[in-house]
Design a protein. Structure first.
Length: 146
């Protein structure tokens, strides 16, 4: 009888400890959101256009099937990307392009867009260098559309 009480108490303590760890993880995510990925100068202000990278980005935009859901100057299944470099920071864009699942969990803008479009952006396994090129392409189009 006494022994089982001790076991129960130990199990409870373990559960509490586990819950504590999870709570900590949640706080980390909340901090990342609060830090504001989209705070500060937007991509069009902070970046310098690199025409070569932008052309590569345009090709990747087709190869990675971004074109199936996005256009510039037209709403398809996903948001119209015209002027997006004036609305988002470089950090925000790269994270959205490389890790859309994380954004849906942690970023209020991405969550809002998902609600509006009733669709989740697919992860296209974009590498870091490719994401830079895609951002340059979006930058080029944003500047051209001003
Ligand atoms: C299956 C359709 C789909 C594909 C493929 C897709 N997207 Fe998206 N994209 C979305 C949807 C839906 C959203 C908004 C909701 C969300 O974030 O999931 C979005 C959001 C975005 C945004 C933010 C738009 C804004 O107004 O801030 C960017 C930038 C973006 N996508 C770029 C890309 C790029 C670059 C690719 C290719 C690597 C790509 N997307 C592939 C559907 C898609």
């Amino acid at each position: 009888m006494k022994r089982s009480t001790i076991t129960t108490a130990a199990a409870l303590l373990l559960l509490l400890a586990l819950a504590g760890c999870q709570g900590g993880g949640g706080k980390e995510d909340a901090k990342a959101t609060a830090a504001g990925l989209n705070d500060g100068p937007k991509a069009a202000e902070s970046l310098t256009l690199d025409e070569g990278l932008a052309s590569w980005g345009e090709q990747i935009f087709k190869d990675k099937a971004c074109v199936t859901c996005h256009a510039l100057g037209e709403r398809k299944q996903g948001p119209d990307l015209a002027g997006v470099a004036d609305r988002r920071t470089e950090r925000w864009l790269k994270r959205q392009i490389m890790d859309p699942e994380w954004m849906l969990k942690n970023d209020p803008i991405a969550r809002g867009l998902m609600a509006e479009y009733a669709l989740q952006m697919a992860n296209q396994q974009v590498k870091d260098a490719e994401a830079n090129a895609l951002v340059q392409y979006l930058l080029r189009e944003t500047l051209a559309g001003r």
